[in-house]
Design a protein around this ligand. Structure first.
Ligand SMILES: [Fe+2]
Length: 363
C-alpha cells in the first residue's frame, strides 16, 4: 500500500467512526470504557458502629420533614464510591432502630434480608403481617414485594445487617417501590398509616411452610418470608464440627436453603454460615459471584488474590464485614489456636447459577 493509499484509508476510517458516532452506532474494533474492578475490602466494626450510633443522634427516623425512612450506614466498595454500592448486585448496610422507634412500612421489587447483630429480643420485623422476632444471629427474609416495617419495643438499640439485591434490580431497570399508605390507603388493615398490624405471630411461616408443614399448604411460591433462628444454625455447625464434616475451601459450611425448593436462600441471594476451627487454614479457590462476609465470632485472615495477580491479606475480627470480589482466589485462616471463628456470608451466586455463569477453580 502506498503512502497515499494509507492516508486515504486512515481518512476513511476516521470518517466512518465519525459517522458511526453521529448515528448512535459503534464498531466492535473501537475501544470502550470498562467498569472499574471491585476491590477486596474490610470494614472494621468499631468505626461502622460509631458512625451508626452517631447517625442515631443526628438522623431522625420517620416520614416527616427531613427524617429518613430507614437509618442505615451503607458499606461502599472503594472502587465505586459514586455508586454507593457494596457490589455490582448487592448492597449491605447496617441498620439502627432505637428503643421505641419504628421504621415505616414499605415494599419494593428488590429482595431483602436481615442478619441480626444486636438485639434484646424485643424487636421485630413485620413481614406481610407476620411478627418476626429478631434475636442475635437470626436471619429474617423479606422477599421482593412483601410489606415490611421494623419495630423496637425493647430498651436497647437493635442493629442488623441489611442485604438487598437493589443494584441488580436497578441494573435491570426493575426497581419499583411504594409506602404502605400509598398501597393500602383504602384498606383498614393498618394503623397510623405507617405500619402493619400483626396478623400472624412469630414462627408462622416456619410452621406453615417449613420442612414439616400442613399437607394442604401451598408450596408453589419461591418468595417465602422466613426466619432462620441462630440457635438452629449454631447447633448444625457444632454438630458438623463434632462429626468432622469440613470443606477444604471453606471449613465447616452451611447453606441457608429455601425449605420449599431446597434451593438457594432467595432467587438472587444465597446465605451461608461457616466455622473455622482453631488454627484452621483452608485451601484457596476462585469462583464467579461476589461475596460479603460478616464475622460472628473470632478473628482471622482471608488471603485474596494469587501469586500471579498479587495477594491482599484481609485481617478481620468480631463483627467486621469484608468483601471478596468475583473470580478472586481466596482462602481463610483462623488465627486463634484456641477459639473457633464463625462467618455469615451473602452472595449473588444464585444469579450466576441461573444464568449459566457460575464457574469455580480450585487450587
Ligand atoms: Fe425495605
Amino acid at each position: 500500500m502506498s503512502q497515499a493509499e494509507a492516508e486515504t484509508q486512515e481518512q476513511r476510517v476516521e470518517a466512518l467512526h465519525k459517522r458511526l458516532a453521529e448515528n448512535a452506532l459503534g464498531g466492535h474494533w473501537q475501544p470502550r470504557e470498562r467498569q472499574p474492578a471491585l476491590v477486596p475490602h474490610v470494614w472494621p466494626w468499631p468505626i461502622v458502629y460509631e458512625c451508626l450510633m452517631e447517625s442515631g443522634e443526628v438522623i431522625k427516623l420517620g416520614h416527616a420533614g427531613d427524617a429518613a425512612n430507614r437509618r442505615t450506614v451503607q458499606l461502599v466498595n472503594p472502587a465505586i464510591t459514586k455508586l454507593k454500592s457494596t457490589t455490582r448486585t448487592l448492597q449491605m448496610s447496617i441498620q439502627l432502630v432505637k428503643p421505641g422507634e419504628m421504621a415505616e412500612c414499605h415494599r419494593h421489587s428488590a429482595a431483602a434480608l436481615r442478619f441480626i447483630v444486636e438485639s434484646d429480643g424485643a424487636s421485630y420485623t413485620n413481614v406481610d403481617g407476620e411478627q418476626m422476632i429478631m434475636e442475635p444471629g437470626d436471619l429474617v427474609l423479606t422477599p421482593n414485594w412483601t410489606w415490611h416495617d421494623h419495630h423496637n419495643r425493647g430498651k436497647e438499640p437493635v442493629v442488623w445487617l441489611d442485604v438487598l439485591d437493589v443494584h441488580l434490580a436497578r441494573y435491570l431497570d426493575a426497581m419499583v417501590g411504594e409506602t404502605y399508605a400509598e398501597g393500602e390507603a383504602e384498606n383498614d388493615n393498618y394503623f397510623d398509616g405507617t405500619s402493619q398490624i400483626v396478623v400472624h405471630e412469630d414462627g408462622y411461616c416456619r410452621r406453615r411452610y417449613g420442612v414439616v408443614r400442613p399437607a394442604s399448604a401451598h408450596v408453589d411460591s419461591r418468595f417465602l418470608p422466613y426466619t432462620y433462628k441462630w440457635r438452629d444454625t449454631l447447633a448444625a455447625l457444632e454438630a458438623m464440627a463434632a462429626a468432622g464434616e469440613s470443606d477444604p475451601y471453606d471449613g465447616i459450611l452451611l447453606d441457608y436453603t429455601n425449605p420449599l425448593t431446597g434451593g438457594p436462600t432467595m432467587p438472587t441471594i444465597n446465605c451461608r454460615a461457616q466455622m473455622l476451627r482453631p488454627g484452621e487454614e483452608t485451601r484457596s479457590h476462585s469462583h464467579t459471584g461476589s461475596t460479603i462476609y460478616h464475622v460472628v465470632e473470632g478473628a482471622g485472615v482471608t488471603t485474596v488474590g494469587s501469586e500471579k495477580s498479587g495477594c491482599a491479606d484481609l485481617a478481620w475480627g468480631r463483627r467486621d464485614c469484608f468483601f471478596v470480589p468475583s473470580q478472586a482466589w481466596h482462602s481463610f485462616t483462623n488465627i486463634s489456636k484456641s477459639e473457633r471463628a464463625i462467618l455469615f456470608s451473602v452472595s449473588d451466586r444464585p444469579v450466576l447459577e441461573s444464568l449459566g455463569l457460575y464457574r469455580e477453580e480450585q487450587a
